[in-house]
Ligand binder design. Sequence first.
Ligand SMILES: Cc1cc2nc3c(=O)[nH]c(=O)nc-3n(C[C@H](O)[C@H](O)[C@H](O)COP(=O)(O)OP(=O)(O)OC[C@H]3O[C@@H](n4cnc5c(N)ncnc54)[C@H](O)[C@@H]3O)c2cc1C
Length: 244
Amino acid sequence: MSKNVIVIGGGIIGLCSAYYLNKEGHQVTVIDKSNMDGGASYVNAGYLSPSHIIPLSAPGVMKQGLKWMFDKSSPLYIKPRLDPDFLKWSSAFNKSCTDKHVKKAAPIIRDISVLSQGLYDEIKQGDDFTYHYDKKGLFMLCQTEHMLEEEMKMAEMAQELGLEAWEVSPTQIKELEPNVEINAIGAVYFKCDHHSTPQEFMQEMKAHLKKVGVNFCLNEAVEDISLANRKISDIKTNKQHHTA
Ligand SMILES: Cc1cc2nc3c(=O)[nH]c(=O)nc-3n(C[C@H](O)[C@H](O)[C@H](O)COP(=O)(O)OP(=O)(O)OC[C@H]3O[C@@H](n4cnc5c(N)ncnc54)[C@H](O)[C@@H]3O)c2cc1C
């Protein structure tokens, strides 16, 4: 049965959700507070990396996270605040930062990444898509012993999970890239990784969704969500109310 579905946020997660919901025959509306022409989903490195399978909640991250919390340009910036929901979330996150959790999560992250690689191939078969999608792998060049050790640990973990990755010596780096001056003491090659150009993917996905009738409400920020009988009954934005 076709339903009216509202997707909040038109980053890659929102647009891909809209893509599959539309394919299943639902009437989809995407609400985004921006003009949808920038942000993480447009500017990221485009890597689909089953090799880098250590979850964010890993041992040592809490200590690092506390330092990052006061640096807006850090990779994990969370605005520090004394709000009960935030404190509850921080405590649950802290409890997850264990080796046991890493071991449990790694094969799941690998599976999601490998599945995503397949979906990139599948979506590209559609008439509206020509985005760049390469399967060259990922070459991690290391300038310090510490970084090389860390990448080798990652490679060993990837190998244990059935992924292809191996160490590359400085001589081999020179052979692989004879015309480039590379300042590295060693490298690890993760053959299992793929990459795309996010800007292309996002533009083509947006154009496709508009063509197949997905509705976009841009420059509209969701401010409140109301519940009735444990179901969402109303979504309030800075411009209007939506029901679905
Ligand atoms: C520099 C960089 C490099 C990266 N490289 C990689 C990589 O190589 N591989 C990889 O897998 N990942 C990478 N990432 C991570 C990746 O970009 C993100 O995980 C991904 O883009 C998240 O997508 P998203 O749709 O969840 O969120 P976003 O892209 O952040 O989209 C969220 C959307 O929601 C909208 N929104 C937020 N609040 C509201 C509201 N209240 N009302 C309405 N709309 C709202 C925002 O405007 C935004 O458009 C990288 C990230 C960065 C920053």
